[in-house]
Design a protein around this ligand. Structure first.
Ligand SMILES: Cc1cc2nc3c(=O)[nH]c(=O)nc-3n(C[C@H](O)[C@H](O)[C@H](O)COP(=O)(O)OP(=O)(O)OC[C@H]3O[C@@H](n4cnc5c(N)ncnc54)[C@H](O)[C@@H]3O)c2cc1C
Length: 549
């Protein structure tokens, strides 16, 4: 119960008439926080908080790293910036020690301020002062966590750049011929055969490092902390992260196993326009960053660079690369799909040297000022075309069919057609790629005339669809002829269900093992569907665990 005298002792509220303080005392929330418990999160809606006892830490995520930017002690308030400027919270406030905090809703505060205009003036002055502090933080140059030294044409360097980008690790990239190399490379001299080299913020340098070693050096989790979990989720794309958020928030011990970096295919999408709640679209990378933060905050464990390579359906042990296993009471398969390969002359030899499957943001600088080609006509090719058109001189979409409209969403066709440096070659097919150490040119067949034309090319990105890569799953987990995992009714129809009860909608042919997202046999391959299924899987898991304590 909040006492009027407690509120009256707060300097900001000293001028407020006692009857208004009494109203606040009777209606505001009285939060008693344990150490580590949150009062409010960055991005939350407006409210004003008053600290009655304890100590509150203010943190802000800057370039993916959580930094402490201040403290609030008894007598102080927080939430003044959201209240005064009408914006969401710009930082996260959490108890550092047992604390007591009063939460006033925005409407409550405005009623109180109407009776005491001086309070509003004081709060506005405080908000202006504190937003000045935030501007100072924003103006401080971002701290990089690593410096990478390597050639742009080296596939190992490209792999590390993509890996660091996808894991939201801020890094500087230097090429060995950079004129200011001596001034900017913080590590010891590197022999050419040791490229790529990565200097980490702990002072160490990794030579020719693979993603797992780099991940460990940069403090990313690559091994499970425990040996047994309520649910182990395979794959950290939208489906897996949604399952992690729901699993952890329902109190299940939850482990996500991701073979590369969290985010899945969506992470590589430059703009998802059709995900609910983002009226102007959201980049896949931003969506993945937020989902990862949310899953982490709720307590899910997420390990990266560690593919699952087998499941023992009898013991429900998941085997990971590196010959380690974790035991799971339930398993969620959310491994999505992998780019389909193209059997074109010369392509395998130049893979990573100008020829790529899919695309990631880290490749943008490599296409700067060049003429590049994208193979495919789906939404992923369209989004990549829009993204690279801001960097490349020209982007040519090489399309086998007669029109884009058949395979690309209407809104994207409009955007592609409206961009002056994107060309669309219809009825066209990639026939060969040429180059020595690096891609130089490509042969394109005109399917209407049968003629083949050689064109200079700075990069080729292939987007011809994707398949489920599930050959590593045990035979007991039923799949359709294309490798997609069967669930629910489809398992029964295939004659693969052995239990006396009906399977849950997302349950595979093995009870307690669920499938969701793009890896599931279903015609819908969308972020929203993956997220929905990931969360539904947890609801079924709860029911399953209740029946199998
Ligand atoms: C460029 C692009 C643009 C897109 N744009 C849109 C859009 O605008 N709107 C829309 O709705 N959808 C879009 N999509 C489709 C959408 O991204 C997918 O439907 C969605 O990502 C599926 O999520 P998922 O979690 O099921 O699988 P995925 O996103 O494929 O994630 C699967 C994850 O599992 C991991 N994995 C695979 N095998 C293993 C293993 N053995 N062990 C551990 N981890 C493993 C992978 O590394 C990956 O991170 C786009 C896709 C692409 C590629």
């Amino acid at each position: 119960m909040i006492e009027v005298s407690e509120l009256g002792a707060i300097p900001l509220l000293a001028q407020v008439p006692i009857e208004h303080l009494a109203q606040v005392a009777a209606s505001a929330a009285d939060l008693r926080l344990a150490p580590g418990e949150y009062a409010v999160h960055e991005g939350d809606e407006r409210a004003l908080f008053v600290v009655l006892s304890g100590k509150i830490e203010v943190t802000k995520s800057i370039d993916g790293i959580e930094r402490t930017i201040g403290w609030r002690v008894p007598g102080q308030v927080f939430g003044e910036i959201p209240i005064v400027f009408g914006i969401p919270f710009q930082g996260t406030f959490r108890a550092h020690e047992p604390s007591r905090v009063v939460r006033m809703e925005a409407a409550q505060f405005h009623t109180l301020a109407a009776a005491s205009p001086g309070t509003l003036t004081q709060l506005a002055a405080l908000a202006r002062e504190r937003i000045g502090g935030l501007q100072g933080i924003a103006a401080t140059p971002a701290r990089t966590r690593a410096t990478l030294l390597g050639h742009g044409s080296d596939p190992a360097c490209r792999e590390l750049r993509a890996f660091l980008t996808r894991n939201h690790i801020k890094f500087d990239w230097l090429t060995p011929d950079a004129p200011d190399l001596a001034a900017r490379w913080p590590g010891p001299a590197v022999r050419p055969e040791d490229y790529p080299a990565l200097h980490c913020d702990d002072g160490s340098t990794v030579y020719r490092g693979r993603p797992r070693e780099v991940a460990q050096r940069l403090g990313l989790q690559t091994s499970a902390r425990g040996t047994e979990y309520d649910t182990v989720i395979l794959g950290g794309g939208p489906a897996g992260l949604a399952a992690a958020v729901y699993g952890a928030s329902e109190g299940l011990s939850t482990l996500v196993i991701e073979r590369e970096a969290p985010g899945g295919q969506a992470e590589t999408s430059s703009r998802i326009e059709n995900y609910l709640g983002f009226p102007t679209g959201v980049s896949g990378s931003e969506l993945a960053r937020r989902a990862l933060q949310q899953a982490n905050r709720l307590g899910a464990e997420i390990i990266v660079t560690r593919p699952a390579v087998g499941i023992d359906v009898t013991t429900r042990a998941v085997r990971l690369e590196g010959d380690v296993s974790v035991h799971a009471r339930t398993i969620v398969i959310a491994t999505g799909v992998t780019w389909r390969r193209l059997a074109t002359e010369g392509l395998d030899r130049l893979l990573g040297k100008g020829v790529y499957y899919g695309a990631s943001r880290s490749e943008a600088s490599m296409t700067q000022g060049r003429d590049i080609h994208l193979i495919g006509a789906g939404n992923s090719a369209g989004q990549a075309a829009m993204f690279f058109a801001n960097h490349a001189r020209t982007v040519t979409l090489v399309v086998r069919g007669h029109s884009l409209e058949k395979s690309m969403s209407h809104y994207l066709v409009g955007q592609v057609r409206g961009k002056s440096n994107i060309r669309v070659a219809l009825d066209a097919e990639l026939r060969a790629v040429h180059g020595g150490d690096q891609l130089e040119s490509i042969d394109v067949l005109d399917r209407t005339t049968g003629s083949v034309q050689r064109q200079d090319s700075g990069a080729v990105f292939v987007f011809i669809g994707a398949d489920a890569e599930t050959s590593w799953l045990p035979e007991e987990i039923a799949r359709d002829p294309r490798g997609y995992v069967l669930t629910g009714e489809a398992v029964v129809k295939a004659g693969r269900w052995r239990e006396s009860r009906d399977p849950y909608l997302l349950e595979t042919s093995v009870s307690g093992i669920f499938g969701c997202g793009d890896v599931r046999s279903s015609p819908v391959k969308r972020v929203a569907a993956a997220v929905g299924e990931g969360s539904m899987a947890i609801a079924f898991i709860r029911q399953f665990l209740a029946g199998n304590p």
